[in-house]
Ligand binder design. Sequence first.
Ligand code: C2O
Ligand code: CU
Length: 466
Amino acid sequence: MMFGRRDVLRMATAAGLGSALPGGGLAAATDAGIEELRARVTPFRLLPDDYPMTEIWGYGPTAPGPEIRVRQGERVARRFVNDLPQGSSIHWHGIRIANGMDGVSGLTQEPVAPGMRFDYDFEAPDAGTYWYHAHNRSWEQVARGLHGALIVEEATPPDVDREEVMVLGDWLLNPETGQIDDSFDHPMMMSHGGRIGNYITVNGRSDLTLPARRHERLRLRLINASNARIFPLTLPGLAGWVVALDGMPLDAPEPIGDVLVLGPAQRADLIVDVVADAGGQAGLAQVEEDGDYFLAAFDVAGTAAQTRRGTPAPLPPNPNTGLPDLSAATPLRLVMAGGAMGRMQSAVLNGTRMGFRELIAEGRFWALNDMAAMTDTPLAELGLGEPVRLEIVNETVFPHAMHLHGMHFREVTADGALGPLRDTLLVGGQETREIAFTADNPGDWLFHCHMLSHAASGMTTWLRVT
Ligand code: C2O
Ligand code: CU
């Protein structure tokens, strides 16, 4: 099989593309002791050298932003300084966090206004692969570049030769100017599969190439930071196991199947051995209709060992990850409706029932349990420690990546068994799935689609745990 690079967008190698930058330094300098994470508008070398720079919004000069890395149980402390032209806040996706640090504008805090700052300080109780991203107007702000990796290391890391964090990005760029397409609220994106880009990057590059040796053992931490793209992935020249999903270790490493599907916001930790011959190529590839395309490549040179190593040990389990008590669980139900080609006739927006056309005029294309916007009352009020099972009925024809803040859940499979811990579940069009969890983290927690333009146009609800 042939693996090629996806063609770079056809773009005018235009001259004269200036980027207007607002002056930095609006906010006060950092006090001693807390590291700053400053969001700003910045030119970034996103496209290859013969193209113009792209003006992004970044946590620093690049997208993804700086990798944040701590040991399990340590605290993450960052002073968020907002030099953006919009209010913003930072969500620490997948961290079982104290509610006040969850960073959800309009629910757990007010957006941090331009020129202002907010100190985040929380414990990272679970080892694993997490990420951080803007959580105000996230369908715009994440797409502009406000995302980065958050890595929590195990006390005893697994036995690998090295690790690579791979943040998958999906950019919608104007092919004339090389700039980010600003049609964030376009009805087509809201009502269909979400904002799908035309330029895919790994760690901000379309041509990421890394060295490797035959039989070298790598840990790959994959993070899908795209707004809406579902990645079907293959790993040519590599062979190995999935060892964690959405940060949480699997009970036992699972051999990687033919295709590894990573929905928006999902993560997978892999332990892989380089099986390509020295002189060959291995990598991470995306399955497309006309073939598999490398998203990131390993140039294999030399040999690390004569033979492959054996199956790796499972990663150590994270604390307090016992199974929810299904027999005592409170049943909840969430019906997802709307979108193009859906059957939604009407839904309630701000207390008023509206027909689908009226909803569209208000920028609402979806509803959760008949509500086309987040309501003042939660989907459910749960007691601390209450076990819950939540049926998710997708009446739409589109897949949705449903993300619960503050707690991980397990899927209840058809045979009644419990799947691995996750924080984001990809629910296919017209599918019904069920999840279960113990409501063991007090606070107000969002539950929303991580196709971010869906979340903005009706697919957001929340739970209260007290
Ligand atoms: Cu990563 Cu509310 O999301
Ligand atoms: Cu969705």
